[in-house]
Design a protein around this ligand. Sequence first.
Ligand code: GNR
Ligand code: NI
Length: 185
Amino acid sequence: MAVLDILTYPDERLRQASDRVQRFDVALQARIDDLEETRKAGPGAVGIAAPQVGWFERVIIVDVSGRKKTRSHGHLILVNPEITEWDGFAMGREGCLSVPGIYESVRRFQHVRVSSLDRDGNETEVEAFGLLAVCIQHEMDHLDGKLFVDYLSELKRQRIRKKMEKGRRDTATSRSGVSGTPSII
Ligand code: GNR
Ligand code: NI
């Protein structure tokens, strides 16, 4: 098990579309375990998608059980997820491990039904509302090379990009090594 490095905006690799998982074997399960360990290491992260760690396959993990007022399914591993039904709108602030320190409101579907496979390749259906639904949509966007900042205005996105690039320069020039992972809310 390992905590993996997270790619951060504006890294172009985050724009890559991920491939469907074809093989359900121990190698897949080991990668899923690493992905989960990486999610847990990002304080408060409610989800993670494989491409965030440079693994370009359609795997996401969501777990909103630590949040109040959520209808929780606990810890969900979704492989090759597809949204089959959706309705309503929900507006809420989102953060992303790949865009640390930025929290902005994004419009999503309030309810989604998702058809996917579990880590053993068995078909699963998830009915999600509220934060869980939002989180699934956020993670599924990563699989298509999309980030929540794409829903913001060009001006806001430019500002965020500049801030991230500056943060990266500062980290690169700092020898103290007190980088730390910012908390996601
Ligand atoms: O930790 C996260 N918080 C969050 C909050 C609102 C909506 C979506 C999310 S997902 C994010 C972790 C992450 O970057 N997943 O890709
Ligand atoms: Ni994200």
